[in-house]
Design a protein around this ligand. Structure first.
Ligand SMILES: *[C@@H]1O[C@H](CO)[C@@H](O)[C@H](O)[C@H]1NC(C)=O
Ligand SMILES: *[C@@H]1O[C@H](CO)[C@@H](O)[C@H](O)[C@H]1NC(C)=O
Length: 334
């Protein structure tokens, strides 16, 4: 089952304690939170960076809160067929020798030159080094005119067990040094980091103290440990969370994170009863695909119909009409 494997991958985020890069506090200098202490970068010795959690801590945490990370909600389908996306620019996965440990999702042929494409860096559930379980979502987004550099390659043989902040940074370096230009006109000022579960925390860790990143988009995840939440003070760009209802281990954490963002910072939070695994593997990423595209089209193309889908419950095809529970703040002027 794809859903189960997504969840297992999410948990595998920290299940490889024997591998040196997933360090323990004792041996590896893992980031240790301390109010007022802000490390220079979001890197850490654990996958997912400073906002993430180690396996032993995750186990302790889940036991304490009683969350079953494999629980599913009422939303279906959770799987579906592969397409080239529903957008105007049929998309596919590419391998790119200049970014060999990643997969590029982009239109099959470059859109007209007047269509400038934002750049997205993507992290997988479990910080897996294989984006296959998210490819329906990523192809869908790319088909609307986006270039996505996703961590990992099909089959996962990148030589690493999990992605790190350094992998997402490699995507940003690649794009900002011209690597994405062969896929069409790109806008290297329109960059978001995004990801699922461990990959979502990697997205936030990668955006931390990196001014290239203009938006953070997190699926089914928030900061686990209360003692790390003070780091949100250093998040200076709008954050969007798409989460999976009360059964999702991200849910209670995002409730806290949303409230703790700096005053005035725009934020968007939408929850759908999927559980932690989401609808990524449904055709075109299912309702998550639709929500992600609407958010990106609003943020990077100022598309007003997309904005209405997100903010106006009465708009045709609104997220609320799709059964998302929506909360947002500080978007005046956007
Ligand atoms: C690009 O140019 C075409 C042809 O002139 C036009 O129809 C289209 O609306 C333009 N798209 C954008 C995003 O400006
Ligand atoms: C590039 O992105 C920036 C930031 O989103 C935006 O202000 C600018 O208008 C974009 N440029 C083009 C040509 O789309």
């Amino acid at each position: 089952m794809i859903f189960t494997s997504v969840v297992l991958a999410a948990l595998a985020a920290n299940s490889v304690a024997a591998i040196p890069q997933i360090c323990t506090r004792q041996s590896g200098g893992q980031f240790v939170p301390k109010p007022g202490y802000f490390p220079a970068t979001g890197d850490d010795t654990i996958a997912g960076g400073i906002f993430c959690i180690s396996l032993s801590d995750l186990g302790t945490y889940l036991a304490r809160v009683g969350n079953n990370p494999g629980a599913t909600g009422s939303e279906s389908p959770r799987s579906g067929q592969a397409t080239s996306g529903s957008g105007p620019y049929p998309a596919q996965a590419f391998t790119d020798p200049k970014l060999g440990k990643h997969t590029i999702f982009a239109p099959k042929t470059p859109p007209p030159a007047n269509v400038t494409m934002p750049i997205l860096a993507w992290g997988n559930g479990g910080c897996a080094t294989d984006p296959t379980s998210h490819k329906n979502l990523l192809i869908e987004i790319a088909s609307h005119g986006y270039v996505i550099a996703a961590d990992g390659i099909a089959g996962g043989k990148t030589g690493a067990s999990q992605s790190m902040v350094s992998d997402m940074k490699a995507s940003l370096d690649w794009a900002t040094s011209g690597g994405a230009a062969k896929y069409g006109s790109v806008n290297t000022s329109a960059i978001a980091t995004m990801g699922h579960s461990c990959g979502g925390l990697e997205a936030m860790s990668s955006a931390y103290h990196d001014e290239r990143v203009k938006r953070i988009i997190m699926f089914n995840i928030g900061i686990f440990q209360d003692e790390k939440r003070y780091l949100l003070q250093e998040i200076k760009v709008p954050v969007a969370w798409f989460i999976g209802g009360p059964k999702d281990m991200g849910y209670p954490n995002v409730e806290k994170d949303y409230k703790l963002l700096n005053a005035g910072l725009p934020a968007y939070k939408a929850s759908l009863d999927t559980g932690h695994g989401g609808t990524f593997a449904a055709t075109n990423g299912g309702k998550q695909g639709k929500a992600a595209v609407a958010y990106l089209q609003w943020q990077f193309r100022n598309d007003q119909a997309s904005k209405a889908i997100l903010l106006d419950p009465k708009a045709p095809g609104s997220l609320v009409s799709d059964k998302w529970t929506v909360e947002y703040k500080n978007w005046e002027g956007y």
